[in-house]
Ligand binder design. Sequence first.
Ligand SMILES: CC(=O)OC[C@H](N)C(=O)O
Length: 261
Amino acid sequence: MKIEEIIKQIEDQKNLPNLNFSIKEKTEAFTHKLFYTLFDKQTPVKDNLMELGMDFEVLAKLVCWEPGSPCQDIWKDYVHKLPTILEKLNLDALAISKNDPAANSVEEVYLSYPGFFAIAVYRLSHEFYKFGLPLVPRLMAECAHSLTGTDINPGAKIGDSFFIDHATGVVIGETAVIKDNVKIYQGVTLGALTVDRTLRNIKRHPTIENNVTIYANATILGGETTIGKYSIIGGNVWLTESVPENSMVSHKPQINIKKYT
Ligand SMILES: CC(=O)OC[C@H](N)C(=O)O
């Protein structure tokens, strides 16, 4: 086959006119700029908000190709939400530093905790999700996912003072509801019991009530599954049903240890 024919065959199959990978790169840069604007003391808030507004305009033009899709106006409403988002994020950082004996300072939490970065990007993306902005919230979540290993869908509803320790491998589905003061550890999945396209727009992921702790690698599935307040879910637990408040749920592995000599 001649090179011209190869080029033509590739070009003929690239038939999604709006599939522009610069959307992804621009969203990543935008996400980092937002994060720095909120937390880095050296970053001038006024100048950055101006720049972010211009960056948003470019992004909005690229993602709002559906007729009637909301776009350019979102930024001016979104900016009003930033002080409240920041207040919530400061509560998250405080919750991490108060709960983790390994944290030496709250500065360490902002700078180094992948769980904090994932929560920050989640809260920033969730607000865009609520405004109905296409693609950007999901790409923001994927930016945090690729850096931290934590996959929080921007549609999830998460209350105050959320603590994720170690973060890697955490999955929180689109319709999960997490109330206040919840602590989760690496590898926790709040997922759907059945994955089926017809369940779109239906609550598929669990509800976690106030003050619940979920230890590493626990899997909790189903939209009707509720974990009652103050419950403790042990490591590796597999749960597809609700548990009442103050429950202690544990997984009993069978481990055999014997001498081989
Ligand atoms: C987190 C999870 O359950 O994912 C499965 C599927 N993507 C869904 O949203 O239902």
